[in-house]
Write a protein that binds this ligand. Structure first.
Ligand SMILES: [Zn+2]
Length: 450
């Protein structure tokens, strides 16, 4: 009989059976805790009865492992209550070994709840509960540095999820299951050292703005440049689609050229340029829309807020009446978000870290990945160790000088207050976790290693 089969120091194996799909092990605890859970007294208990527990353990050699464990029922004399003795390394409530619970938590990052449940021989709900607990412990373990420039982005994985980034470190701090105002407020409020946040980059989603104004009243809100100019791309597309609908002969070709139209004129190679200008020459309305789209980018060549606003107003005044409807969303954006769009042109050029191409990669992983739930994707992205961006930071800390207490007391009595020279500045080094390095994560996506 393989005595060491379980390799758990706390259990003596007394019998062992093997079937096609399961190992059955009979065991007794080497020692139990006699602590009464009702009154907290440990010493005055008597053995009352024996209880047979059926405990699951980590699958071995492709088979589920079941431990039949004999555990004493104890009676507490002072409070007259009976209880099952605690066995080290066994989670009696869950009817599994503690190491199985940890294993299930880790496995749930890679496999579906259903797969794990089947392999271990428990139900899916148990796997989900263990995973939630495991993720909560990871949330505690991976404390992230609050950024100076915070980015709020979103990604559509079934629905919109808010994403928080460190814009200077180009790292991911957290992802939320939704992007509701209440969730954003709660997340921002939970950040330590909030006052260090000077800038918040975001797209034009009102709940973000309201949440930041409420929780981070001193942070400067900057609308991400990409989200502003992409409004012009959307407007151009409206015109393109209208033309394609009216002229069926060109509709497929116009659709195919969609990605070329979205590029900046200067980014097109010769062949692409010929294709684009061919379409523009055939449809004057398309050319007018293209010209508007291209010229909106020029607003971002400004070097100061007033100049940018001037360039914008000039642009707005050149919208032909027949383009007014298609380009209205651009106008609305500038009117509703003016100060926050112009903040970009202040001292710092804050832009968001989450690009469209990165978004597309995350979406692809979510779609193709073996039945990813959002929670699983989030945990795997945020807590895979090799993705962490850790840096050593040196900080000045003000600490009170070590002194004899009586000396300090005499001073206190004489001066009425502790003097400044009782404090000193020390340099302290610590490791800061800046979150998930976006380029490392992207490499993992690209190489299929995620
Ligand atoms: Zn008791």
């Amino acid at each position: 009989m393989p005595v060491n089969f379980l390799n758990l120091a706390g259990l003596n194996v007394t019998d062992f059976k093997e079937s096609e799909t399961e190992y059955h092990v009979r065991a007794t605890p080497v020692a139990v805790s006699r602590l009464c859970p009702h009154c907290g007294r440990s010493n005055e208990t008597v053995s009352h009865a024996q209880r047979k527990l059926v405990i699951r353990d980590i699958p071995a050699h492709g088979k589920a492992v079941v431990i039949h464990l004999d555990v004493p029922r104890l009676k507490c004399r002072p409070c007259n209550q009976t209880f099952t003795a605690m066995v080290p390394e066994v989670d009696t409530g869950r009817e599994m070994t503690e190491r199985l619970a940890r294993w299930v938590g880790r496995q749930a990052l890679e496999y579906t709840y259903a797969d794990i449940a089947k392999q271990v021989g428990v139900n899916e709900k148990t796997v989900r509960n263990i995973f939630d607990e495991y993720v909560a412990s990871l949330d505690m373990q991976f404390k992230r540095e609050t950024p100076v420039w915070l980015g709020i982005d979103e990604i559509k994985l079934q629905r919109f999820r808010a994403i928080f980034t460190n814009l200077q470190a180009k790292s991911l701090i957290d992802m939320l299951p939704d992007r509701y105002g209440t969730s954003i407020v709660a997340f921002l409020a939970s950040l330590p050292n909030k006052s260090r946040i000077t800038h918040v980059g975001m797209d034009m989603w009102r709940p973000y703005r309201i949440a930041v104004q409420k929780v981070l009243p001193n942070a400067k809100i900057v609308v991400d440049k990409f989200h502003v100019v992409s409004k012009a791309n959307v407007a151009f597309d409206t015109v393109r689609r209208k033309i394609a609908n009216a002229d069926k002969g060109s509709s497929l070709g116009l659709k195919r050229a969609h990605k070329l139209f979205a590029k900046r004129k200067n980014d097109l190679n010769d062949e692409q340029y010929l294709t684009v200008s061919g379409w523009l020459n055939s449809f004057p309305e398309l050319a007018a829309a293209y010209d508007l789209k291209e010229r909106l980018f020029q607003v971002y060549e400004a070097t100061a807020p007033e100049e940018a606003w001037g360039k914008y107003l000039n642009w707005e005044s050149t919208i032909p009446p027949e383009m007014a409807k298609a380009f209205r969303p651009v106008k609305t954006a500038f009117r509703n978000w003016k100060p926050f769009i112009l903040n970009y042109f202040d001292d710092q050029r804050v832009t968001n870290a989450f690009t469209e191409s990165f978004n597309a990669k995350v979406r692809a992983v979510y779609r193709n990945g073996r039945g990813y739930s959002f929670e699983r994707l989030r945990a795997k992205v945020l807590y895979t160790d090799m993705f962490q961006k850790r840096v050593r930071v040196q900080e000045k800390v003000r600490v009170r000088k070590q002194k004899f207490e009586d000396v300090a007391m005499v001073r206190f009595m004489c001066m009425g207050t502790a003097m400044d020279d009782e404090y000193e500045t020390r340099i302290q080094t610590r490791v800061a976790n800046l979150g998930v390095d976006l380029s490392t994560l992207e490499q993992a996506f690209d190489s299929g290693k995620f």
